[in-house]
Design a protein around this ligand. Structure first.
Ligand SMILES: [Zn+2]
Length: 309
């Protein structure tokens, strides 16, 4: 039983408090940067400061879900992890199709599988840092041909390596269709995390995801621009009451300067540990639920999700 950080294997329980979906460093495609420079996180000192705030709040592990098409930089991740003294888990695979490089469109499925397996078993970009999760993704209400090719390739790389899969969904759509493709490829859906699930705050939909065994990632806490946190809390309470407490993950996906304190924004990495988790516990208590369950969403559940099969 092990998880894979960029500095080697660890026992799942060694991860401690874990954010399953964040971005420590990004360098998005040029057209994205021009449209929305807020998405660029490229000041290493700021990223280190933010990671140190996370550590000071009690955090221990960050899964950096930045794919190669969004500027993943393994050397920089290594520097940040060292300087802030946290575990970092890196992702292989790709984002949604909109961000794919030309080579992904042109590649054969077998080339994509081989590339992912190399990153998981040998190392990323000529370092000995290996990937600990495979990213896939799809667009809004649609899975394109090339996205499906990547999902199939990731499924096969998962079968070969046991690495977990983290699936980007656009506004929470197409999660069930992604799972269907993976299921047909033979993936153990208990090793699949549905990212941005809470953008589509639909309890019935969450239950279908959890019934299949996959994890529901709530990565929108504090993003009131979408809707208030009360709706997230409500959905989490209902999921726990329905018996799905083992399938809930909480992270921030704070991939904007304006979300991170070290870059001049807020509420920053410490928000979930210091504000959202205590609030959840308070509301669990009010509902007659054991508040200790809440800790699982940032400890035991991510540790299980990240364990290689
Ligand atoms: Zn993200």
């Amino acid at each position: 039983m092990y998880v894979r950080t960029i500095f080697g294997r660890k026992k799942p329980e060694e991860l401690g408090i874990t954010y399953i979906h964040e971005h420590l460093y990004t360098n998005p495609p040029r057209w994205v940067k021009e449209q929305d420079p807020d998405l660029i996180l490229d000041d290493i000192l700021c990223s280190i400061r933010e990671a140190k705030t996370f550590k000071k709040a009690g955090g221990k592990t960050i899964v950096d879900m930045t794919a190669v098409d969004y500027g993943r930089n393994i050397e920089i991740l290594r520097s940040i992890a060292k300087a802030a003294e946290i575990n970092v888990i890196a992702a292989t695979g790709f984002n949604k199709g909109l961000f794919f490089d030309k080579w992904v469109y042109e590649a054969e499925e077998k080339d994509l599988i081989e590339w992912m397996i190399t990153e998981i078993t040998e190392g990323i970009e000529a370092t000995d840092s290996k990937a600990g999760i495979i990213k896939v993704g799809s667009g809004y209400n649609k899975i394109s041909h090339v996205e499906e090719k990547v999902i199939r390739a990731a499924s096969k790389a998962h079968l070969e390596t046991g690495a977990p899969i983290g699936a980007h969904t656009e506004a929470g759509t197409m999660a069930l269709e992604q799972l269907e493709i993976m299921e047909k490829e033979g993936v153990d859906l208990n090793k699949v995390i549905i990212a941005h699930a809470d953008r589509n705050i639909d309890l019935w939909y969450f239950k279908q995801i959890a019934k299949k065994g996959a994890y529901i990632e709530f990565d929108g806490p504090s993003k009131i621009k979408y809707y208030p946190d009360s709706m997230r809390v409500d959905a989490i309470i209902k999921l726990v009451k329905a018996g799905y407490e083992d399938k809930i993950l909480i992270s921030g996906d704070m991939a904007r300067k304006s979300y991170l304190e070290a870059y001049g924004g807020g509420p920053g990495f410490r928000f979930i540990i210091q504000k959202f988790i205590p609030r959840l516990k308070m509301q669990f208590d009010e509902e007659g639920l054991n508040p200790d369950i809440v800790d699982k969403f940032i400890t035991l559940n991510p540790q299980c999700a990240l364990t290689f099969k």
